[in-house]
Design a protein. Structure first.
Length: 394
């Protein structure tokens, strides 16, 4: 969908359609959730601090997000997709892959007709626009969709695949970020064509074996991934943005405890355990670091997760730098039923039993019914826990 959050808000405020519109929280440290295309012409982008957006486009209309609305609209759009094909893989609240090969035979039609019909249905039924990319493989379809924005459709046939792909910069390849892009440029590889025509052995020396294999396949138009209709969580976590930048390790440590509690509760609710624990730290200048450590066995216990992230925090000297955000993530997830292993200490099962009992109490009496004593309200002047939270699942 195009500028999804902004488009949803504009359904009830059509008089703003030609004006710059930004959806963002009202707090001084909020970030842009969505900007419509007139706002983007001024350089406003998603995830940009609101203060920066206001400097770029002070005359924009700033709208606070409407809780629950975007998920509701997204569910309706996905239901529309599933009327055409059951093979729908949501990538996010506003993006999905569809495999329409069965629908082509069933409806005796063409991909472009299905794309046009879907765009018309989304506009008529949901009041927003969407852009469609059509290609034989997922990677190219996603690229084409981005190039078709806003409110367009781009078809890349199998015969045109390499003609479409090869002139693009290497940054167009899925998974190529800043560091990889710089490494490729240093090696003289600037276009997708350059990567496609580079011997695989040399490419592996430049970016590593796994990345080289992946990149070489994409650059030659190969992407064997099927549309996956059921999303399986690969990681679970939570993040918190402080209202005021923090240097106090006591505040950081207790916020990490709260996030560990929240992450562990999510794991238990989904019947999962995880083996790798990560901490994310974003500083006041938006520099971000992540550090991870593998546990001896998978866990869903907040005490274990918290011990690990505190050790990771301690191992990374902050040198008095102000911290804007902290996050906790658990990867390497396994089904709890099949992931039980011998515990390292006799205390761990008792901690888990206590946390499971707390889950039960919270489900009956509310989220604040049971919590560790160290998470009772802080004295005046320190960060208030809970404000600025986000959850992550991937």
């Amino acid at each position: 969908m195009d500028a999804f959050f902004a488009a949803v808000e504009l359904r009830t405020r059509p008089e703003l359609a030609d004006r710059p519109v930004v959806v963002a929280g009202a707090g001084p440290r909020s970030v842009v959730l969505s900007a419509n295309y007139p706002a983007r012409e001024y350089g406003v982008r998603s995830a940009m601090p609101v203060a920066a957006a206001r400097r770029l486009c002070p005359h924009a209309v700033y709208i606070p997000p409407t809780k629950g609305l975007y998920g509701e609209v997204s569910s309706g759009v996905m239901a529309t997709f599933r009327e055409v094909t059951p093979l729908v893989e949501p990538l996010s609240v506003d993006e999905a892959f569809l495999d329409v090969s069965g629908a082509l035979r069933r409806l005796n039609t063409t991909p472009s007709r299905i794309g046009a019909a879907l765009r018309a249905r989304i506009a008529a039924d949901h009041g927003i626009t969407c852009s469609v990319g059509i290609a034989p493989v997922k990677f190219i379809a996603k690229l084409a969709s981005g190039m078709a924005k806003p409110d367009g459709m781009l078809v890349v046939s199998g015969e045109r695949l390499l003609d479409f792909l090869h002139p693009l910069p290497v940054s167009a390849l899925w998974g190529v970020g800043g560091h990889t892009n710089a490494a490729l440029e240093r090696a003289g590889l600037r276009t997708v064509s350059d990567v496609a025509n580079t011997p695989l052995a040399r490419l592996k020396r430049v970016v590593g074996a796994a990345a080289g294999e992946h990149m070489h396949a994409l650059a030659n138009g190969r992407d064997d991934r099927a549309v996956v209709t059921e999303s399986v969580d690969k990681s679970l976590g939570a993040e918190h943005t402080f209202g005021v930048d923090q240097v106090d390790r006591v505040v950081l440590t207790r916020e990490l405890l709260r996030l560990s509690e929240r992450t562990a509760a999510s794991l238990r609710a989904k019947g999962l355990r995880g083996k790798t624990v990560s901490i994310k730290i974003r500083f006041a200048d938006f520099t971000t670091i992540t550090r991870s450590r593998s546990l001896p066995s998978p866990t869903d216990v907040a005490r274990e997760i918290h011990s690990c992230v505190v050790a990771l925090l301690t191992a990374n000297t902050l040198d008095g730098a102000s911290v804007r955000l902290v996050g906790v993530r658990v990867d390497g997830l396994v089904d709890d039923a099949g992931g039980e292993q011998l515990r390292l200490t006799a205390d761990e099962p008792r901690w888990r039993d206590a946390e499971v009992a707390a889950d039960s109490a919270r489900s009956r009496f509310g989220a604040s019914a049971v919590r560790p004593a160290s998470l009772l309200p802080l004295e005046t002047g320190r960060a208030r826990p809970g404000a600025g939270d986000t959850g992550t699942a991937g």
